[in-house]
Ligand binder design. Structure first.
Ligand code: HEC
Length: 127
């Protein structure tokens, strides 16, 4: 009577699994995935930003960013200009000039990243 057949023991199995802390050890894998995926995507996003600057900003600032309709965006030209002013110019544009606002397309972080790259010499697009 006390010897239950295996099928009866299994009735309790889902309940036991819920209480059993052992499956916790597997959470390390999704955790790692969660940490690594954004890193991989950050690289992709940065490539998109480089492309945007080379193509879209380049249409006014010159393909080499040495100036055109827009001012040169080279490290020499930007020397001494506060980065937060440059970030604000990218986000909000410059009223009364053709420099458009980019805040609908770029986040503040994107603009900061772009300006930080501009002042040190903007990376080339990788093909
Ligand atoms: C439609 C043309 C146009 C486009 C596109 C454009 N700009 Fe400009 N930008 C200008 C002009 C014109 C100025 C100069 C405004 C002035 O006379 O003060 C300027 C000024 C700037 C400045 C300030 C430079 C300085 O020395 O103070 C920065 C930084 C800048 N642009 C970044 C960008 C970035 C980054 C992009 C792309 C996301 C971009 N611009 C796209 C026309 C453009």
């Amino acid at each position: 009577m006390l010897d239950q057949p295996p099928s009866l023991t299994n009735v309790n199995a889902p309940d036991r699994a819920a209480r059993d802390p052992a499956p916790m050890k597997f959470s390390a894998i999704p955790l790692l995935v969660c940490l690594l995926v954004p890193v991989a995507h950050a690289g992709e996003h940065e490539r998109e930003l480089i492309r945007l600057v080379r193509q879209d900003c380049g249409s006014c600032h010159g393909m080499q960013l040495t100036g055109g309709l827009g001012l040169p965006l080279t490290p020499q030209a930007l020397r001494g200009k506060p980065e937060e002013t440059l970030v604000a110019t990218v986000m909000y544009g410059r009223g009364g000039t053709p420099m458009p606002a980019w805040r609908t397309i770029l986040s503040e972080q994107d603009a900061e990243w772009i300006v930080a790259r501009l002042v040190e010499g903007f990376p080339q697009e990788q093909r």
